[in-house]
Each structure stands twice: as structure tokens, then as C-alpha cells.
Ligand binder design. Structure first.
Ligand code: XMP
Length: 517
């Protein structure tokens, strides 16, 4: 059995980051909400448990708590921020509102030698974010570090293998955060660190073979990173028993449908089905200009075509596979105490959606269900999937449909594809892609007057959109050097018929969104 660490989520914003930090040490980590029954945790033989931070106060009894028994399982525990205070509270200490709250970079002083601080300077910077503090350390615990305003910035009960830090070791602002987590994982929990992508591929391929046996498996392939890597793994496991269904709605980037088809038919052993339905989509979208209406039509039509194709192949004796990854599956501890949160719909994103009731499968297979995006990319590279696919920038489900303002026509799609191709080509030539999270062209729907030779022109305005972001929830417009923009503008106006003006989008998110529609 692979060794693993449990990240018990109390609603903190860094829960996924903690799990990723653990995995960077080649130790598998999984996140479970604090509502997970203790019996379930006992069965899993975790090498260690990490309590995450959270926005609440432990002395407020409606905030997330956990049965005290967890401290006595003999499994090492590291409490972080709220998790630190929770450990203190559960072990009989006291937590109160701090006379001075700490936020941001703070100097930490080590007070007492601790395995957690092996290789850590006596004074170092840590990231703090708390308004409560441990005012009385529980019996049997010792304070191992403090700050000017926080008398207990770290505490431990070495005998019981219980450790806690008020600061956030998982964020990069904590200078020795990685060392501290490493010390917990290896020094305290005694992990070996043998969870690597090679073994992941072998283990997954074996278990897929076992599960699928001689049955068929059908995968919806979008050409995005996740479904491509899932296809690669499944193909390695069961070859021709895999059918990949690729719906080309005619709204992909220039030549992209052909590229996806060639990649998968040449590189992998599988049955590849490409459903070309661009004309049907265009017919449905005729005269439609409202962004949400367009999204709705594209999404509904996509599912209809996709599931019709699947239904014609799956007769109840095939598995259905999809490229779901770990962050899509995590049931967060967040919000569990907030009641129903009503977030307003900015845009209806469409992804694989729900399996319709009238399709029957032997089961659903999600070979990447335990991986984060960066791990999926590593697996993809190891499987030999081309870099263009593995490092592909995000592409919205509705494709160019949300990058053409107003009615979508064949002509507009072509102009946009050609302009976007030039942008991508120029970025690749300059090696500037790596500085950007996402970049593309937008067909603005505006026309402008221009001059070409001695003639007046009245042609389309194309916008360049380029952003940098960590999570796409917020984004900054990218400061692409003017020289590169000049080259792109020059090339598009020269090479793409029907375009005579280029504008650069200098809007961040918020108030803008990444896509224009
Ligand atoms: P917005 O425009 O909402 O985009 O700021 C944020 C990120 O999401 C992508 N995006 C989508 N992805 N289905 C998707 O899978 C969609 O319907 C969709 N709409 C936008 C967008 O490209 C950006 O990366």
C-alpha cells in the first residue's frame, strides 16, 4: 500500500497547496473534509495527518471541530494556523482573541530545539494570518517558537507526535516552510518518499487492466490536457478496447481538430472517432448574439452530439472514462458552516457535465482522479504525449464561440483562427509563451476605417488578450513587450484578409473576465 498523509480540511484557503507541498516530496497526500468520520480515517493507515487552517474561532462551538480521539491514534499530526489552535483546544489548552493580530511576514524566533526546525535558522520569516492565539499551552506541550506578538507560534508534544504551528509553512513567504514540512513528513512521520510518476503509471495501468478486463471503455476526448493524458493511460492499459470520442464543433483553433486526430491515431493504439459537426452548430447559432444564449446553445448541442454518439456505442457493457482530476473531486471543508452560499452566475462554464439517465455503463473510470494538474502534465510527458498538448493553455469549452462578439459565422471563425494562429506563432518564435497563463485573439465585432495603399478600407478589429494568473479567479493583463506586439500587429494586418486594426486588451480580472463573452 502506498504511504500517504491526510490533509484534514477545516476550510482554509491553502488546503490544496498543503497537499501539493506534501506531494512535492514524493509522498501521496489526500484532502478530506473535517466532517469525515474518524472510523474512516482509522482504516486508512495514514503516516501522518495535517490539520489545515480555517477562517473560524475554535471557541465558537459552531465552528469546525473534530473528535478528540484523533489526537490519541498514535498517528503524527501537524496543526497549521486554525489547525494549531484546534489542537491546543482539543488537548486542553486555551485559545482567545489575540491582543495583537498578526498578518503578513513576521519574524519567528526558535525557542527550543525541535525536529520540525532541523536546518531552520534561529530567526526567520514566516507568513502569519490570525486574530486568535493560544493563550495557554495544553499540559504536556512545549512552546518551540514565538514571535514578538505571539507567545506560542509553534508548540509540540514530542512523545505523542503532536506538532502545531501558528504560521503557514505551505506558502512561499515562509522562508523555511518547505524544510519544516519535509521535517514533519520524513523526520516525524517516517515517510520514505517513494510515490513517483513512474510508479503511478505502472500501478494505474495495472489496475485499469484488471478493472476493464476484456470490456470496452469509451472516453470523451476534448483535446485538453486532462482528457488527453487519460486517453494515453487507457490506451496503454487496454489498447483497442478504448474508443475516444472527439466532438469537433468547428470552434477550435486553426488546424487543432486535425492535430488532435493525428496525435491520437498515430501515437496511440485506440479506436478514434471524430464527429465533425461544425455546420450543425453554425445553423443552431444563426442570428444569436447574446453571450449566454450562445454558450447555452453550444453546450446543449455539444452534449447532444456527444451522448448520441456514445449511446450508439455503449450498450450497457462498456465503461465510461473521463479526465476528471483531483481538484475537481475535492469536497472542501469550506462553506460547511456558511450555510448555502449563492454565488451569482458570471458565465455558465461547460465541462463534461452529468451522465444522462438513459445511458448505461458498467461504471465510470477516472484514471487521473488523484492527481493535480502539474502531476497530470508529468504523466503526460512520460507517456510521450506531445508538449503542445501537455502544456496547452486552457481553452474554453465553447471554444472560439466566446471569442467572437455577436453572431458567429464561418467567415468570422476563419478570420479569428488566422489571426490567432499568427499570434501563437509569433509568441512561440519569441519564446514569450512561458511568461503568459493564456493568450489569444478576439473577434471584436467592431469595424474600423483604414488605409491600404491608396485605398480606404473598412475592416474588422481584432483584439489581443493575454493574461497572467495563478488560478484564473483573478488575472492581470500581461505586459507583453511593445516590440513583440508591434510584430504581431504588423503580421496580422498583412497576413489576415479582412483585418485592418489590432487593439490590445489592458483590462485585469476583475473587472473584466479573461474571455470576452
Ligand atoms: P473567465 O472568462 O471566466 O475565464 O475569466 C476563466 C478561465 O476559464 C476559461 N473558460 C472556460 N473553461 N468552459 C471551460 O472549461 C467554459 O465554458 C469556459 N469559459 C471560460 C477561460 O478560457 C479562462 O481560462
Amino acid at each position: 500500500m502506498k504511504e500517504s498523509i491526510l490533509v484534514l480540511d477545516f476550510g482554509g484557503q491553502y488546503n490544496q497547496l498543503i497537499a501539493r507541498r506534501v506531494r512535492e516530496n514524493n509522498v501521496y497526500a489526500e484532502i478530506l473534509p473535517y466532517t469525515t468520520p474518524i472510523e474512516q480515517i482509522k482504516q486508512k493507515n495514514y503516516k501522518g495527518i495535517i490539520f489545515t487552517g480555517g477562517p473560524n474561532s475554535v471557541y465558537d462551538m459552531s465552528s469546525p471541530h473534530y473528535p478528540k480521539e484523533i489526537l490519541s491514534l498514535g498517528v503524527p499530526i501537524l496543526g497549521i494556523c486554525y489547525g494549531c489552535q484546534l489542537m491546543a483546544w482539543m488537548a486542553g489548552g486555551a485559545v482567545e482573541t489575540a491582543p495583537v493580530s498578526e498578518y503578513g511576514k513576521i519574524e519567528l524566533k526558535i525557542k527550543k530545539e525541535s525536529i520540525l526546525f532541523d536546518g531552520v535558522d534561529d530567526k526567520s520569516t514566516v507568513w502569519m494570518s490570525h486574530t486568535d492565539f493560544i493563550s495557554r499551552v495544553p499540559d504536556g506541550f512545549e512552546v518551540t517558537a514565538l514571535t514578538y506578538d505571539c507567545p506560542c507560534a509553534a508548540m509540540e508534544n514530542r512523545e505523542r507526535k503532536l506538532y502545531a504551528v501558528q504560521f503557514h509553512p505551505e506558502v512561499t513567504h515562509t522562508a523555511f516552510g518547505k524544510e519544516m514540512l519535509k521535517n514533519f513528513i520524513f523526520g516525524v512521520c517516517g515517510c520514505k518518499g517513494d510515490w513517483v510518476m513512474d510508479s503511478f503509471i505502472d500501478e494505474t495501468v495495472n489496475s485499469l487492466k484488471e478493472k476493464i478486463g476484456d470490456k470496452q471503455v469509451i472516453l470523451g476526448l476534448s483535446g485538453g490536457v486532462d482528457s488527453s493524458v487519460a486517453a494515453g493511460l487507457l490506451s496503454r492499459a487496454v489498447g483497442k478496447q478504448l474508443t475516444c470520442v472527439f466532438v469537433d464543433q468547428g470552434l477550435m483553433r486553426k488546424d487543432e481538430g486535425d492535430f488532435v486526430e493525428q496525435t491520437f491515431t498515430k501515437l496511440f493504439d485506440m479506436d478514434f472517432v471524430r464527429v465533425n459537426c461544425g455546420d450543425v452548430f453554425l445553423e443552431k447559432l444563426k442570428g444569436v448574439t447574446d453571450p449566454e444564449a450562445k454558450r447555452k446553445i453550444i453546450s446543449e448541442e455539444f452534449y447532444k452530439v456527444f451522448w448520441d454518439e456514445i449511446k450508439s456505442r455503449a450498450k450497457g457493457d462498456a465503461f465510461f472514462a473521463q479526465g476528471t482530476i483531483y481538484p475537481d473531486r475535492i469536497e472542501s471543508g469550506k462553506g460547511a458552516t456558511d450555510g448555502e452560499s449563492q454565488t451569482s452566475v458570471i458565465k455558465t462554464h461547460h465541462n463534461m457535465g452529468k451522465i444522462p439517465d438513459d445511458v448505461e455503463f458498467l461504471g465510470v473510470i477516472e484514471p487521473l482522479g488523484d492527481l493535480f494538474k502539474d502531476e497530470v502534465r508529468k504523466v503526460g510527458e512520460k507517456l510521450g504525449i506531445p508538449k503542445e498538448l501537455v502544456w496547452r493553455q486552457p481553452f474554453p469549452g465553447p471554444g472560439l464561440g466566446v471569442r467572437i462578439i455577436g453572431e458567429i459565422t464561418k467567415e468570422k471563425i476563419e478570420i479569428l483562427q488566422n489571426a490567432d494562429f499568427v499570434l501563437r506563432d509569433e509568441m512561440a518564435k519569441n519564446g514569450y509563451e512561458k511568461n503568459l497563463s493564456q493568450f489569444f485573439c478576439v473577434f471584436t465585432g467592431s469595424k474600423a476605417v483604414g488605409v491600404m495603399g491608396d485605398h480606404r478600407t473598412y475592416e474588422n478589429v481584432i483584439a489581443i488578450r493575454a493574461v497572467t494568473t495563478d488560478d484564473f479567479m483573478t488575472a492581470d493583463w500581461a505586459r507583453i513587450p511593445f516590440d513583440i506586439l508591434a510584430k504581431v500587429s504588423n503580421r496580422i494586418t498583412n497576413e489576415v484578409a479582412g483585418v485592418n486594426r489590432i487593439v490590445y486588451d489592458i483590462t485585469s480580472k476583475p473587472p473584466g473576465t479573461v474571455e470576452w463573452e
